[in-house]
Design a protein around this ligand. Structure first.
Ligand SMILES: [Fe+2]
Ligand SMILES: [Fe+2]
Length: 415
């Protein structure tokens, strides 16, 4: 009786695909010699939400990476694997054929994307089981996922249809609370946190966890906020762009530390001063034309129109840059006066704006250090620093700033 065909499914966000993914793919191909490998980029993840790059580009980066790694198309298995397979089929040595390599069909499959909604792994496995009813299905994953596999939806159903094919990742042992049977690939595989990798990309860096081909794809297409960064570099003054980059860097660091969405933190950081270069006259005109809502607007117009740049900035972010996310727009709006009830992103942007590494006043370093330990305390301190600065320089103190600080201090005392 002929051995069953092996089919491997590898699902994930691939946002973006990195060296850890390709190392796992290579090992699975070399060690399992499957008939087919399906890479299934998700539409959205139950654990990670929506990807930052569109499906088309995630699929494109996967294909580019497979080509660059020599994995796309006909996969040449080792001679030993080929002969071993032939021996099992009773074809060797009597058939007299030479080693020809093992064909593996590698497909980037749009199953989850085409559904255009959250799809659980059990549904993906069901689909491929119907496609290959007589094959032996394997579901490829890292050992870190085996540890949390019991939290996956309908994980028993997955196990009834497919065998887990696990790669051991650095920092993770082989804990298996679900008691799921799995086949362990030989070797160790790098654990690359995609959130950290994306934070690097949002800052304009080239993370080491990416293949050069993936990075050039990202750079060419302006993905992961690259296009926005390029646009701002052209329109902002060099000093403003440097400040914007510094704020974005600290906002990203704090977002990773406190569990905010790095994409939103970067977007807010990059756009927070989009209107800072406008003259006071233009800001006032913009406020009237767009009916901007701000506390004590008329007083602000008379005494410190520059404060309007955060409200005009949120308006620009929405209309010119197409930002729809309310928390991003709120954070931009609130970065001058603060808020009595700030959400996590607003706190991060406010603190990052005051304490970014381009700030030269001594309190900046102190607030940045505090923010790495206690964001609420840093937010309170940053509000205080701004108030005191206005007091010392004889500038106008917006009544809302004083109210914000009083409210925050009361909340702090009542803790
Ligand atoms: Fe600002
Ligand atoms: Fe700023």
């Amino acid at each position: 009786m002929a051995a069953k065909q092996k089919i491997i499914i590898y699902g994930g966000a691939f946002d973006p695909p990195h060296k850890g993914h390709f190392a796992l793919i290579r090992a699975a191909l070399e060690q399992m010699s499957p008939a087919a490998l399906y890479l299934v980029p998700g539409f959205s993840s139950p654990f990670k939400g929506f990807p930052a790059a569109p499906y088309k580009d995630r699929a494109g980066m996967l294909k580019d990476g497979l080509k660059a790694e020599g994995l796309m198309g006909r996969h040449k298995g080792t001679k030993a694997q080929c002969l071993c397979r032939r021996r099992k089929k009773g074809l060797w040595p009597s058939d007299g054929q030479r080693h020809k390599g093992i064909k593996t069909r590698i497909t980037v499959h749009p199953f989850e994307f085409k559904r255009r909604r959250l799809t659980y792994t059990c549904q993906t496995v069901d689909f491929f089981k119907k496609l290959h009813p007589n094959a032996e299905l394997y579901f490829l994953l890292g050992s870190d996922c085996v540890e949390t596999f019991h939290k996956w939806k309908n994980y028993r159903r997955i196990l009834s249809r497919a065998v887990l094919l696990a790669g051991r990742r650095a920092g993770f042992g082989l804990k298996n609370p679900a008691g799921a049977p799995y086949v362990l690939l030989k070797g160790r595989f790098p654990l690359i946190a995609s959130a950290v990798l994306k934070a690097g990309l949002f800052s304009g860096l080239q993370p080491r966890g990416l293949l050069p081909s993936t990075f050039s794809y990202i750079d060419r297409k302006g993905l992961y906020l690259g296009a926005l960064r390029r646009r701002l570099k052209k329109t902002l003054t060099p000093a403003r762009f440097a400040h914007t980059s510094a704020v974005t860097g600290l906002a990203l660091e704090l977002s990773l530390r406190y569990g905010a969405d790095p994409f939103k933190a970067a977007l807010a950081g990059l756009l927070h001063d989009a209107a800072r270069g406008l003259s006071p006259r233009t800001l006032v005109r913009c406020a009237a034309k767009n009916r901007l809502r701000a506390p004590r607007l008329n007083e602000m117009i008379k005494k410190a129109p520059v404060l309007l740049h955060s409200y005009a900035g949120a308006d620009l972010a929405a209309k010119r840059f197409g930002v729809k996310d309310r928390s991003v727009l709120n954070a931009i709006r609130q970065h001058t006066l603060g808020s009595r009830n700030p959400d996590l992103l607003s706190k991060i942007l406010y603190v990052a704006d005051l304490a970014a590494c381009d700030r030269s006043f001594p309190e900046a370093g102190e607030v940045a250090a505090l923010a790495r330990k206690d964001l609420d305390a840093a937010y309170l301190r940053a509000n205080y620093v701004k108030l005191i600065y206005a007091f010392r320089t004889g500038g106008w103190r917006h009544p809302e700033s004083a109210k914000v600080w009083t409210r925050l201090r009361t909340q702090e005392k009542n803790k």
